[in-house]
Design a binder for this molecule. Structure first.
Ligand code: C5P
Length: 470
């Protein structure tokens, strides 16, 4: 396959790709590449993004709470400055506009021209630029953004910030601002662990400056590795979105536990029992709860998804590990058990790979039933106030779901027809019936993200109603 141009995809596919990429913190091209890899389609030589003005305008329609906000990006002088090109593009995809200030050192690593071409805006660099001072000036630059982001923040820039220097445009803007500041440090590991940097970092944190990263990894300098790599653009974006998100938080102050994905039950060191669950629905619910202000602990089996934002994710393999982590996370106001927990595990996990035993036919596998995590919570002394389970059914959906509601002592069961021809298991759509003591609600077929949002709305309403009715 020679190439794909994202711009030429039809609008609904493009929108779905854009939203998916935003959710996963990837660029649209990366997302397309991963989708093709998952579908085992040979990767095309080129996946071309749209970078013209009209498409960046259409990107502003992306549904993120941070869309329409403005940031001031200060690019410091480090090798990681090249990552800012990707950062700017991802910001544009999300409808977040960026004004850019570069330090003199930054211009040694990326050219203002490349930033201007990508950002369709002038780069500000000179404190005494008479034209710019006339037009916009450092005070306005520092005040008109919703957030200031310093990336990469070099040891020198952090030192200047911590000590109140204001001898160039970047440091002057940072002194003059009344807006929150997020810094993404990037430096050699020795510089990061130097007592001076440690002191400066503490000072900055005391001053209310927020940090993202640095990460541990290879340095651009050959042969060096350690803590000091700048956070990846998608991580910086995630922090920016969190800081810019001013949406209502109806679940603030509530703790929620969510399970997601399948579990893997080992048979021997190389084989395991599993199922087709992708974790998409559970992860979407965890993220939506987090966005609504809940403190979310997501206990996830093995999945091929990034950890959602706004959430603390704990990774487990087996049902018993999942149960232990869920119970450790108690007490919680809300629990949503979405995981497709394997019903059985091998009774005797073999220490060595089980051999075929030439010609004698398959060895039989003795199975033991796994603990039912949802049922365990339903009967727990610390039972969550609102306990929600899922029921994946292929027939008699309501009837089976009702039995589960009672047997597991859940408050709500979200039943889904996994035999539906749009492929619930692993797919992106879902069709839900919500069963509770007060009856059955049938929701239309919708995306798993929309199911998550609708469920979170229902949860928020439930607590409103509970409090006002007391
Ligand atoms: O009994 P069944 O597996 O159909 O029940 C589904 C619901 O119970 C889901 O909410 C699932 O997360 C939960 N469950 C569980 N532990 C198990 C089996 C199911 O928490 N061992």
């Amino acid at each position: 396959m020679p190439s794909i141009t994202v711009r030429n995809l039809n609008n609904s596919v493009k929108q779905a790709l854009r939203e998916r990429a935003a959710r996963n913190g990837r660029s649209m091209e990366e997302e397309a590449r991963l989708l093709l890899a998952a579908a085992e389609v040979p990767a095309p030589k080129h996946i071309v993004s749209f970078d013209d003005a009209s498409s960046s305008r259409s990107a502003t329609s992306m549904n993120t709470e941070a869309g329409g906000k403005k940031i001031l990006l200060i690019i410091g002088g480090g090798i990681a400055a090249y990552k800012c090109l990707d950062l700017i593009r991802r910001l544009k995809e999300r409808g977040i506009s960026a004004r850019v200030v570069m330090t003199n050192a930054a211009k040694e690593f990326v050219t203002p021209l490349s930033i201007e071409a990508l950002n369709h805006d002038k780069v500000f660099a000179n404190l005494f630029d008479r034209e710019a001072e006339h037009d916009i000036g450092h005070i306005r630059l520092s005040r008109e953004a919703d957030l200031i982001v310093v990336a990469p923040a070099t040891a020198d820039l952090m030192a200047k910030m911590a000590n109140g220097h204001a001898d160039d445009l970047a440091s002057t803007v940072l002194m003059a601002t009344d807006k929150p500041i997020l810094v993404a440090p990037a430096m050699n590991p020795r510089m990061w662990s130097h007592p001076a940097t440690r002191r400066n970092r503490k000072t900055l944190e005391r001053d209310g400056v927020l940090l993202v990263g640095p990460a541990v990894g290879e340095m651009a300098e050959s042969g060096e590795s350690g803590k000091g790599r700048m956070a990846e653009p998608y991580e910086i974006i995630r922090s920016i979105e969190n800081l810019l998100d001013t949406s209502p938080k109806p679940l603030a102050g509530m703790r929620a536990i969510v399970t997601s994905g399948p579990t893997h039950e080992p048979i021997d060191p190389v084989r395991y029992i599993a199922n087709r669950s992708s974790g998409k629905q559970g992860h979407a619910i965890a993220e939506a709860l987090g966005r609504a202000g809940a403190e979310v602990i997501l206990v996830s089996g093995p999945v091929n998804l990034p950890d959602p934002s706004h959430v603390e994710t704990i990774h487990v393999e087996t049902a018993r590990e999942m149960q232990q982590m869920v119970e450790t996370a108690l007490p919680a106001k809300i629990a949503v058990m979405v995981a497709a927990v394997a019903d059985w595990r091998s009774t005797d996990e073999a220490d060595e790979k089980i051999k075929k035993d030439g010609g004698k036919g398959p060895t039989s596998l003795k199975l033991t039933e796994n603990p039912d995590i949802l049922k365990g919570l339903g009967h727990h002394e610390n039972r969550p106030d609102l306990l929600i389970g899922f029921a994946a059914e292929t027939e008699n959906i309501e009837e089976h779901a009702k039995t589960k509601l009672e047997r597991k002592k859940a408050d709500w069961i979200l039943a889904n027809d996994v035999s539906a021809d749009f492929g619930v298991m692993g797919g992106n759509q879902n069709s839900i019936k919500l069963l509770s003591a007060s009856g059955v609600e049938t929701w239309p077929q919708m995306s798993k993200e929309d199911v998550a949002k609708r469920l979170v709305d229902r949860i928020a309403n439930h607590f409103d109603w509970t409090t006002t009715s007391i």
